[in-house]
Design a protein around this ligand. Structure first.
Ligand SMILES: NC(=O)c1ccc[n+]([C@@H]2O[C@H](COP(=O)([O-])OP(=O)(O)OC[C@H]3O[C@@H](n4cnc5c(N)ncnc54)[C@H](O)[C@@H]3O)[C@@H](O)[C@H]2O)c1
Length: 464
């Protein structure tokens, strides 16, 4: 079976880049990405590809090449479903904020709405691909909805979780370590569907990296991968605190440990804490699933990864307060970086939000500079916490367009995102324009201590 038309529901951080790369690599397949968010679709269609809604290195060029040729962005969800032989579901699956499983389980309402819409619209057989990260056995629920509310057409459900990391999405998609495809491999129809998706990826991914499994293994592998990655960050962050007490240096420890080929060097960078839309939500989801099977020890084991991360963010903010003579009330604190990591404009669960919130509770005046995050996003992130009124957030937090505006007259500067440009700032000028003593807090181990201390900064870095 050859796929000619693909529809992807959800034009977000996953749907947009993934489909842009599929379209670029498979010029004979028409790819339509749909979303209910009109502004987002309008931005994807903006004449100037630099204005697409998601910042990822290299993404604009890919969109420029394929858009209008075989890559389309639209709000007409029904039409795109109707035309497609294969439908990717790439909508958001946030943590539930209400009812049973509140604060832990994945909210599957958007997934269910997609399933019902697909069932209502489809007039011929479809392959439905779970691209969103979902709890294990979601495919069963999807199939149930599709079979019971549909028009009698046949569906094959595949699980094809996405392993891209924001900030390197295009590279990750072009050259993935593996692509995982789960399907009903015990039936000829299931096998055929899996092969159809394998053929799409085989346009550019070597066959040996296309891994096929049963659906449940595929769904659970995505949660497992994120849990393992986040666990490494929490493990090294736990060590960072011990380093600060003992005279060890967390970067040296990480290097020594990471050179062991059984452990490996990646994801051992200590920081103010991991953020992003996925790690916390997916681990909480894993914890919830484990609890629901009565596996309390399994649940507690993974939950500790989150608790450690919360501690690291709080600890960093508390360190600022303590160092500034136990009060930041009325003091100007410059935050460099708001995105959850460099090379993305995504701020979901960014450590910066929580550090800012903590400092605002201590009555600090906050000034933020981030090269890619929009002002309104910063206010929306703070408002979302509901700690104080939106007016107060606007009165106490200022967002500026240059790092020097942020740091001028500040009591302290905190680096919260590892943007490359922060390394090469004119730190001497920053020092001269700050109040003295000039405190510099490096939450990312980005800056060189020696040169900053030579300038005159009181320098603190995580884990040393
Ligand atoms: N962001 C990542 O790095 C990443 C990586 C791997 C997997 N994932 C998973 O991929 C999924 C999507 O994540 P994201 O970061 O792209 O989310 P996102 O919030 O950026 O995008 C989701 C989009 O889906 C749209 N949407 C929701 N319901 C819809 C509906 N019924 N019809 C049409 N559009 C609808 C929303 O408007 C939104 O634009 C999540 O399950 C996430 O866990 C994310």
């Amino acid at each position: 079976m050859k796929i000619k038309n693909i529809c992807c529901i959800g034009a977000g951080y996953v749907g947009g880049p993934t489909m842009a790369v599929i379209a670029q690599k498979c010029p004979e397949i028409d790819v339509t990405v749909v979303d209910i968010n009109k502004e987002r679709i309008a931005a994807w269609n903006d004449e100037d590809v630099e204005n697409i809604p998601i910042y990822e290195p290299g993404l604009s060029a890919v969109v420029k090449e394929a858009r209008g040729r075989n890559l389309f962005f639209s709000t007409d969800v029904d039409a795109a479903i109707d035309k497609a032989d294969m439908i990717f579901i790439s909508v958001n699956t946030p943590t539930k904020t209400y009812g049973i499983g509140k604060g832990m389980a994945a909210d599957l309402k958007y997934i269910e709405l997609c399933a019902r819409q697909i069932a209502r619209v489809s007039k011929n057989d479809k392959i439905v691909v779970e691209k969103s990260t979902l709890p294990v056995r979601t495919a069963e629920a999807l199939k149930n909805i599709l079979d019971n509310t549909g028009n009698g057409v046949n569906y094959q459900i595949l699980s094809n979780p996405e392993f891209l990391a924001e900030g390197t999405a295009v590279d990750d998609l072009m050259n993935p370590d593996r692509v995982l495809i789960g399907g009903d491999i015990d039936t000829p129809e299931g096998k055929e569907a899996v092969e159809a998706l394998v053929d799409v990826y085989a346009h550019w991914v070597p066959r040996e990296r296309l891994l096929t499994t049963n659906v449940w293994s595929s769904e659970l592998s995505k949660l497992t991968a994120n849990a393992f990655l986040a666990q490494r960050v929490s493990s090294i962050n736990a060590m960072s605190e011990l380093c600060e007490k003992t005279g060890a240096d967390v970067n040296e420890v990480a290097k020594a440990v990471g050179m062991d080929s059984r452990i490996g060097p990646k994801f051992l960078k200590s920081s103010v804490g991991f953020g992003g839309s996925c790690f916390q939500k997916d681990i909480l989801n894993l914890v919830y699933i484990s609890k629901s099977f009565g596996l309390n020890e399994v649940a507690d084991y993974w939950e500790q990864v989150i608790l450690m991360n919360d501690h690291q963010k709080r600890r960093f903010a508390a360190k600022i307060v303590q160092t500034l003579f136990n009060t930041v009330s009325g003091k100007k604190i410059a935050l460099l970086g708001w995105a959850f990591k460099k090379d993305t404009n995504d701020t979901r669960e960014s450590a910066a939000i929580y550090v800012a919130d903590y400092l605002l509770n201590e009555q600090a005046e906050i000034v933020v500079y981030d090269p890619k995050v929009k002002t309104e996003q910063i206010y929306a992130d703070l408002d979302y916490l509901n700690t104080r009124s939106s007016e107060e957030n606007r009165a106490r937090v200022k967002v500026v367009n240059t790092p020097y505006e942020a740091t001028k007259d500040a009591h302290a500067v905190a680096v919260l995102t590892e943007w490359d440009e922060f390394i090469a700032l004119d730190w001497k000028k920053i020092y001269e324009e700050m109040l003295k003593p000039a405190f510099l807090f490096d939450g990312r181990r980005l800056l060189e201590r020696k040169t900053k201390e030579e300038i005159g900064f009181e320098f603190y870095a995580i884990g040393s």
